[in-house]
Write a protein that binds this ligand. Structure first.
Ligand code: GTQ
Length: 347
C-alpha cells in the first residue's frame, strides 16, 4: 500500500487492526508485497557442509547411541536460514545416516518419500519391501512413499549415506502417516530381483504372479557403476551444456518421469577447467561432490568443493560451477513436484 499516509489515517487504521486481531482478521494491504513477491523469496541460505567434519560428529554419535536405539542414527543437515525446521531447502530434508557393522535400523514405512545416496562403505543394504539393495559408494537407492524399509550392515566397516526426504513437503500438507514393523522385513526376493525384472526395460506380465513390485514405482536401485558410465559416454560424445555441464536425470521407468512424485535426482559431469554460465532455478537443490574438486559461486560468494562435500543452493540463487578437475556431482530437488504444480522455472 501507499506508505505515505497522513498520521491521522495511520492512527485510525492501527486502531482498526487492533480491534480485528482477536478475531483472526488482518489487512492484506499491509503484507501483500511480502506474500506475492515478483521473484522467489526464501530465508534459506546457501551452505556447504565439509564431509570430514560432519563424518567425525556422526562417528562420535555412533559411539554413544545405537542405530536400534536411535531408530535412525542421522545428523540433520539443517539450513542455517531455516532454524528449527529440520529442512535443507524449503521443501526438502537432508541427513547423514550411519550404520555400524552388525547394526539394523528397524523396519518402518511412511508417507514421506526418501532417497539414499551412498557416501562411504560397501556391502550394507537398504531392504525395500523385503528385497535388499546392496549398497556401494555413490549408488542411489529409493524408498518410495509407503514402502517398508529397513537398513542393515553385514560388512566390516561403517556405512554412511545421505538421506534425502520430502519431510517439509509432507509436513506442509499435514499428510504424514507412519507405521513401525521393527526388526527386519521378512525377505521377499533375492537381492537384484527387481533390477532383473524392471531395471532393463523389461517387466513381468501385468497381473501375473511374477509382477511383484508396485506398478507405478517398481525400481529402487540405481548403481554408481551404471550412471557413471552413462555420464562418461555423454562426455565423450558432445560438448557440455553451458549452464549444466553433462547432466542426466534419474528416471522412473514406469512413466519416464522423475524418480518419485516429490523428488527429482540427477548427476552431472563438468570437464576439468569448465565454468558454467550463471543459472537460477526455483528448485532449491542439495548437491554431493562425488568426484573432483572445484568451486560453487552462489550469488557471487565462492564455496570450495572437495570430494564428498555437501552443498545446498536455495531457490533462485544464482549458481556458477567451476571444475578444478573433472567434477562429478549428484543433486536432488523438488523439481518433480514443482513441474506438476506448474511452478518450475529456470533462467
Ligand atoms: O531411513 O527411514 O534421515 O524415516 C529421516 C527419516 C531417515 C529412514 C531419515 C527417516 C529415515
Amino acid at each position: 500500500m501507499d506508505t505515505h499516509q497522513p498520521n491521522e489515517q495511520r492512527a485510525r487504521l492501527e486502531a482498526l487492526y487492533t480491534e480485528m486481531r482477536p478475531h483472526s482478521l488482518y489487512p492484506l494491504w499491509e503484507v501483500l508485497h511480502a506474500l506475492v513477491t515478483p521473484t522467489p523469496a526464501t530465508t534459506a541460505q546457501p551452505w556447504k557442509w565439509g564431509y570430514a567434519q560432519a563424518r567425525d560428529y556422526l562417528l562420535r554419535a555412533g559411539d554413544m547411541i545405537s542405530a536400534a536405539q536411535a531408530e535412525r542414527r542421522v545428523l540433520i543437515l539443517e539450513n542455517p536460514g531455516l532454524p528449527g525446521s529440520s529442512a535443507a531447502t524449503n521443501s526438502l530434508y537432508a541427513g547423514l545416516q550411519l550404520i555400524l557393522p552388525g547394526e539394523v535400523a528397524p523396519c518402518h514405512r511412511h508417507t514421506q518419500s526418501a532417497l539414499r545416496f551412498v557416501m562411504e562403505g560397501e556391502g550394507a543394504h537398504t531392504a525395500v519391501d523385503g528385497e535388499r539393495a546392496v549398497m556401494r559408494p555413490f549408488d542411489l537407492v529409493l524408498t518410495p512413499n509407503w514402502q517398508w524399509h529397513d537398513h542393515g550392515n553385514d560388512s566390516a566397516a561403517p556405512m554412511i549415506w545421505l538421506d534425502g526426504l520430502d519431510i517439509p513437503t509432507v509436513r506442509f500438507y499435514a499428510a504424514s502417516f507412519a507405521e513401525r514393523m521393527g526388526g527386519e522385513h521378512p525377505a521377499t526376493a533375492a537381492p537384484g530381483d527387481t533390477t532383473a525384472r524392471y531395471g532393463r526395460n523389461l517387466r513381468p506380465f501385468t497381473g501375473s504372479s511374477a509382477a511383484r513390485r508396485p506398478q507405478a514405482q517398481p525400481l529402487f536401485h540405481y548403481p554408481y557403476g551404471e550412471w557413471r558410465e552413462s555420464l562418461d559416454a555423454m562426455a565423450r560424445g558432445e560438448a557440455p551444456d553451458p549452464a549444466l555441464g553433462h547432466a542426466l536425470e534419474f528416471r522412473n521407468p514406469a512413466d519416464g518421469g522423475p524418480v518419485m512424485p516429490t523428488i527429482s535426482a540427477h548427476v552431472r559431469l563438468l570437464p576439468a577447467g569448465f565454468r558454467t554460465t550463471p543459472r537460477r532455478a526455483t528448485d532449491g537443490t542439495i548437491f554431493v561432490v562425488v568426484e573432483g574438486h572445484g568451486r560453487a559461486v552462489i550469488n557471487g560468494v565462492a564455496h570450495d568443493l572437495a570430494r564428498r562435500d555437501l552443498l545446498v543452493v536455495p531457490s533462485w540463487a544464482e549458481l556458477v560451477l567451476e571444475a578444478g578437475s573433472e567434477l562429478v556431482l549428484f543433486g536432488y530437488s523438488d523439481r518433480a513436484a514443482q513441474e506438476k504444480l506448474g511452478l518450475y522455472r529456470a533462467a
